[in-house]
Every structure is written in structure tokens, then in C-alpha cells.
Design a protein around this ligand. Sequence first.
Ligand SMILES: Nc1nc2c(ncn2[C@@H]2O[C@H](COP(=O)(O)OP(=O)(O)OP(=O)(O)O)[C@@H](O)[C@H]2O)c(=O)[nH]1
Ligand SMILES: [Mg+2]
Length: 452
Amino acid sequence: MDNQSVILAVANPPGSATRGIVRASGTDACRVLADAMDSSCHGANDVRARRRGVHVVSLLAPSIRALAIVMPGPASATGEDCAEIHTVGNPYVLERIIEAVITRSGGAARRAYPGEFSVRAVMSGRIGIASAERVAASIMAETDADLAAASMLQTGAVEQSTARDADEIATLLALVEAGIDFTDQDDVVAIARPQLLRRVCSVRDGIRARCAVAAGAESAQRAARVVLTGKPNTGKSSLFNALLGQTRTVESAQSGTTRDAIEHACTLPGGTEVIMVDAPGIEDAVHEVDVLMQARAHEAINRADVIIRCSAADDKDPGAMVETHSTTTRQATTIYVRTKCDIVNVSTTTNSHATIATSAHTGAGIPDLRNAIARAVSKHGPRNSHEFMLGVARLALLKEAANALDEVVIIDAPELVAAALRTALDRLGEVAGAIPPDDVLGRLFSSFCIGK
Ligand SMILES: Nc1nc2c(ncn2[C@@H]2O[C@H](COP(=O)(O)OP(=O)(O)OP(=O)(O)O)[C@@H](O)[C@H]2O)c(=O)[nH]1
Ligand SMILES: [Mg+2]
């Protein structure tokens, strides 16, 4: 990753806003921005001189007045010189500013990659890898539960246990190296291989166990996706709105009203938050748009943790829909629901499965359905096992450490054993606080958005 260029990005969310921000970071950030300003304006000289503070400037292209905020390094978010241009929140104007700055920079500036501002903050030691993971998790959060999980990413438990592992591996490495260096001296005894293997395997198994707990905690923390599905016009959207307690999606007597998967966070009894998804009705695709709708519906079903299969109370052949859905690839829990039960009374037990009778119009059965979803979601595991919450970067580092320790078990030559132990020690050291190498950072920061 190139650390020399000045990186630029729009730092506010996509779309129009009252104010817009172009963010720059890099050793030459102030000079590069000043070159895109009218130098007869005092503010441009303050920016060029890296003077901390807010300066009024005139941009050359487009020719508008703006505020420039200068935050010289190392006391800045990235540790480098940072500067921001605050102006009108028009995406077109912000893009023009970035283009103009890059063009005038003579190759010194470029657009930032996703997460690159945070990469630089980690590289310069301004934030630790755990904080960066927390930023990544916060960016991707869809619910309050996701945000809470993001905040748990920095409990320190992982660092402490990893520091203990690193300590043990450092001891073993010292013993192995002593064996290599002093084989001719009687009073230095290298560690016996069985003892070495026992201690290495103990550390490795501990690491793997923590990785497994972390993976479990991650999936437990992720809000479950609850997808409503069934034939067109079954009353899925009406049920979706009834479950949410607000009208979020269009209901209509016309078949095929819902054309896209619509998502909304929903809090269930007991406080569990889920992502409720209203999907297009399942039917044979005739027109081009039907193909797209069916693709959206199947995509939603395939990502579901809980599937609510809806069939209308007056549907003479509700089983047909059940067959259509048998291609689901994930292990989702299915809840069978009869809709529109205010029109016709239905039996809620069939030979194969229990069914919940509902009516979006009268509200009958909605509390039962909400309870059933909460029960189904709770099957996905405890949602508070976040002591060992890990982000993707630290998880990858720990896995690499465990893999290196696997090598110790299968190779015999002391030099190679020492090299593998050193690799494991480096990875563990990175988790316990040191700076991780570029490739691991790349894995983490590819999940960021530009400007973060
Ligand atoms: N009587 C009665 N009518 C309902 C109920 N739920 C939905 N409807 C009616 O059924 C029709 C279809 O409702 P929607 O919720 O749009 O059905 P949908 O399954 O989302 O339909 P598509 O999006 O086209 O697949 C509308 O006219 C609703 O008013 C209900 O509980 N009782
Ligand atoms: Mg609908």
C-alpha cells in the first residue's frame, strides 16, 4: 500500500446534504489543497503554512468560497497532516473539487481506497487494530445489537490472552534457539521435542478454541434475518407492516406489488432485534422484470435465518408454495403462517407442521407470530458471548499463528521450527498490540467505505 500520496475522499454520506466535506491526508496534504485555492486569499496561505485552525478560502475549480480546516500531524486523526474542505453538500461540486485537487497536484494526490484513512491511523500508531475493527463493525452495523457488538470489539480480553500465548511462544523460541546455538556446550540443554510439542499444541489449541468462540459470538451478535415469503398477493407486505407496527411497504390487491426485498429493523418480545425482510411473491417468471423479482426473492430466502412461509386462509392449495421453496441452502428455521384469517377460519394443525393463524387487518395472531419469531431467533445461540469478540483482522492473525504452530508439529529441523515459532510470535504480537503487516490490514480495511 502506498503511504506517500496525499489521499482524498468525500467524507460525508453519499447524496445531497446541507454541508459537504472533502477530506485529505498525507505529508503534503496542505500544499496540495492550497495549490487548488486562489493564492490572493489569505486563507490559502494559512493552509499552505499548515496553520492549525479554520480558514476561509476561495477554490479555483469550481470557483466557490469554502472553509478549510487544517489539522497538522502528528496530532491528527491519521497521524499525518489532515485537512478538510467544508462547502455545499452537492455531490457534483465535491467530485469537481477532488478532480481539481488531483489534477493540480502533479501526481502527489489520488483518491483514497476504502478504509485507507484508518489504515494510516493504524500505521502511524494513532489507533490500535482493535479500534479500527470497531470502526469497521460500526460502519456495517444495521441494528442497535450490531452497534453494541461493535463496541465490544475492544474489551482487551483477546489482547491479554494473546499476550500470555506470545510469552509462552517466546520462551519456547528461546529454548529452541539455545539448542541451535549451543549444541556443543554441555550445560545448555535444548528443550526435548515431546515437551516442546506438548507446550506448542497447548497454545495452538487455546488459540483455535478462542477463534471458534469468536466466530460463534460474531454470528450470535449479527441480527437474524427474518424473511416473509409466499405466493403473490398472500398478504406478506400487510403482515410485514403489522409485525413492524408501522406502514413501511405498499400493500395492494394487485398481485406482484412488491418488486424488491424491503428490509426494516424490528424489535421482538424480549428486546431481540431482527432484520425483517418483505420479499416479492414466488411465482413463475414471465417477463424480464419477473426474473429480477424472483432473483431478489430467492436471494432474500437464501440469506434468511428464519423463513415465514405465508399462505392465505382462502388458498385452496397452500402446499404448492412450500414445494417451491425447497431449494433454500442455509439452515433456516421455518414458521408456517396462514394470512387473512378474518376471511375464512383455518385449522392451525396439519399433518406435517403447526401453523399460526393471523390477520393483518384485525391484528389476530400477530403477537403469537412475534413470539414464535423470537423463539426461533433464540435458537441461533446465546447473544451475549462477546467476551472474545474479534474482528476479521485479529481473527486472521490468530489463525495464521495457529497454522504456524501446526508447522512446528510436522517439521523436525530446529532452524525451521524456530522460523515457524517466530512467525507465530510475530502474529501473536500483532494481535497483542503491535502493528500488523499490510496484507492483514488489507483484509480488514477492504470492508470500510471510502473516506473512513
Ligand atoms: N381480509 C384481509 N385482507 C388482507 C389481509 N392481509 C392482506 N390483505 C389484502 O390482500 C391484498 C394483498 O396484500 P399484500 O400485503 O399487498 O400482499 P403481498 O403478499 O405483499 O402481495 P405481493 O407483494 O403482490 O406479493 C391487499 O388487498 C390486502 O389488503 C388480511 O389479513 N385480511
Ligand atoms: Mg407485497
